[in-house]
Ligand binder design. Structure first.
Ligand code: CA
Ligand code: CA
Ligand code: CA
Ligand code: CA
Length: 391
C-alpha cells in the first residue's frame, strides 16, 4: 500500500512487507499480513505504547481482515474490511473531524477472507485484491476515484485462498500478490500486469494448511520472499523467491502448535528480517531470529490471550524497538507486547475491542503522531479503533 508516504506491512493470514521506522507492519489474522502504516503528516507527539478505550464501528458480516490506506486521497487514512459471510469489502472513509463514515459495501466474491491494497492499474489510486475462499479466486476491485470500487474480475486459484500478502515480486515497480491455499497446501505468486489483471508468476507446495503469509526479503538478495504459517504442520515455511518465476519449496522451522498470524520485521537489529508468529494452540507469540545464514532460531514464546489470530509489528512507544500487537479472539481484545532492551517483551492485558477480533493493523489514523491500532472483529461485524496515547 502506498499513498502519501505510507508504508504498510501486514501479517497473520495476510502478509505485508517491510518495516518503517515509525510505522510497523500489518498482520493478517487468519489469512493476512501484519504491518503498520506511517500515515503521520505532522511531527505531532510520540507514542507511549499505551492505548485509549476503543471506538467500534459497524462493517459487514464477519470481518476477517483489513487494510489501512488513504483510498480517496483526502489525506486521511481509511479502513477497508474483508467480510466473509457477505462476500464483500466494506470501506469506512475517515472523516476530517474524526471518526468514520458509514460503511460502503462492494461485492468481492464468495467468502472473502483477506484483502490487500495495491495500485493495480497504475493510476495512483489504491485498488484492492480480495481472497475469496469459496469462490476459489482472487478478485480485483478497482478504485474508481469517487469513493466507489468496481469488481473488475477474478483470477482462479488452484484451491481456496485463505490469505494474501503483497510485494513487488517481479521487480517492475508494481506490487504483486502472494496467496496461500489452505486446503491445497500451496502458495502462488500472482504478477500484476500492465492491464491490471493478474498472471500466475510462480507457485509451489507448502507445509500442511497454510493459513497466513507475509512477504519480505529474508535472505537479502533484493527479491521479496514468502514466509508461511503452516497451521497443520506446526511450523513456518520460508519460501525463497529465487529467480523470476521460481518460488522455492519451503524450508520449515518448528514453532508451537497451530501457528496463525505471521509478520516479518527486524526485531533484534541484526541479520535482517526476523519472523513473528502467533501460536493459537499454545496461546503464545514466538520470534524466530534470522541467523543470517538461511536459518531461523525460535526464541522463548511469550504468553498472550486466548485464541490469538492476526498480528502486526510496529514501534508503538518509539524507542527504536519493534513491538507486537496480537488479536486475541477469545479475549475479545488486543494484546500489546512492548519490546524491552534485553530482547524480551512486557505484555499488556488485552485492550477490549468489538467481539472476536481476528486481524489487526497499525497506523496513525488520527494524525496526532502516535500510532493507533485497528482490528477487524468477526463476531460483531465491526471494526475497532484504539487510539495511541501520547507520551
Ligand atoms: Ca481518506
Ligand atoms: Ca488504481
Ligand atoms: Ca518499541
Ligand atoms: Ca494516533
Amino acid at each position: 500500500m502506498r499513498a502519501a508516504g505510507l508504508v504498510v506491512m501486514m501479517v497473520a493470514g495476510c502478509g505485508r512487507i517491510g518495516f518503517d521506522a515509525r510505522g510497523g507492519t500489518r498482520g493478517d489474522g487468519g489469512g493476512e499480513d501484519g504491518g503498520a502504516i506511517d500515515g503521520d503528516p505532522t511531527p505531532g507527539c510520540a507514542g507511549s505504547g499505551t492505548f485509549a478505550v476503543a471506538t467500534t464501528y459497524p462493517a459487514g458480516a464477519t470481518p476477517n481482515d483489513l487494510a489501512l490506506a488513504d483510498f480517496d486521497k483526502d489525506g486521511i487514512l481509511d479502513i477497508a474490511v474483508a467480510n466473509v459471510t457477505s462476500g464483500s469489502v466494506s470501506l469506512l472513509y475517515g472523516r476530517a473531524g474524526g471518526g468514520y463514515e458509514a460503511p460502503m459495501g462492494f461485492a468481492s466474491g464468495g467468502n472473502t477472507l483477506a484483502l490487500e491494497a495495491l495500485d493495480l492499474d497504475g493510476d495512483g489510486r489504491l485498488d484492492l485484491a480480495s481472497a475469496n475462499y469459496m469462490a476459489g479466486n482472487v478478485a480485483r476491485l478497482v478504485n474508481l476515484g469517487n469513493r466507489t470500487f468496481a469488481n473488475a474480475g477474478a483470477t482462479p486459484t488452484t484451491g481456496g485462498p485463505y490469505a494474501l500478502a503483497s510485494a513487488d515480486f517481479s521487480g517492475d515497480g508494481t506490487r504483486d500478490i502472494a496467496v496461500v491455499l489452505y486446503d491445497g497446501s500451496a502458495a502462488e505468486l500472482l504478477r500484476t500486469q500492465p492491464s491490471g489483471d493478474f498472471a500466475v508468476e510462480a507457485g509451489n507446495a507448502t507445509g500442511t494448511n497454510p493459513i497466513a503469509v507475509a512477504a519480505g526479503d529474508v535472505d537479502g538478495d533484493g527479491r521479496p520472499d514468502l514466509v508461511v504459517s503452516q497451521y497443520g504442520a506446526n511450523s513456518v515455511g520460508v519460501m525463497r523467491y529465487a529467480s523470476p518465476g521460481v518460488l522455492n519449496t519451503p524450508t520449515s522451522f518448528g514453532v508451537s502448535s497451530a501457528p496463525w498470524g505471521i509478520a516479518l520485521a527486524d526485531m533484534d537489529g541484526v541479520n535482517g528480517l526476523d519472523i513473528v508468529v502467533a501460536a493459537s494452540g499454545t496461546e503464545t507469540v514466538g520470534v524466530l531470529r534470522n541467523t543470517g545464514t538461511g536459518s531461523f532460531s525460535l526464541q522463548s514464546p511469550v504468553p498472550v490471550g486466548p485464541a490469538p489470530r492476526g498480528l502486526a509489528v510496529a514501534d508503538l512507544d518509539e524507542d527504536g524497538r519493534p513491538d507486537v500487537v496480537v488479536a486475541s479472539q477469545g479475549a475479545g481484545g488486543i494484546d500489546v507486547l512492548l519490546a524491552g532492551p534485553g530482547g524480551g517483551f512486557s505484555p499488556h492485558a488485552p485492550y477490549p475491542t468489538g467481539q472476536g477480533p481476528n486481524a489487526v493493523a497499525v497506523a496513525d489514523m488520527d494524525r496526532d503522531g502516535a500510532l493507533d491500532i485497528v482490528s477487524a472483529n468477526t463476531g460483531g461485524g465491526t471494526v475497532s479503533v484504539l487510539p495511541g496515547i501520547c507520551r
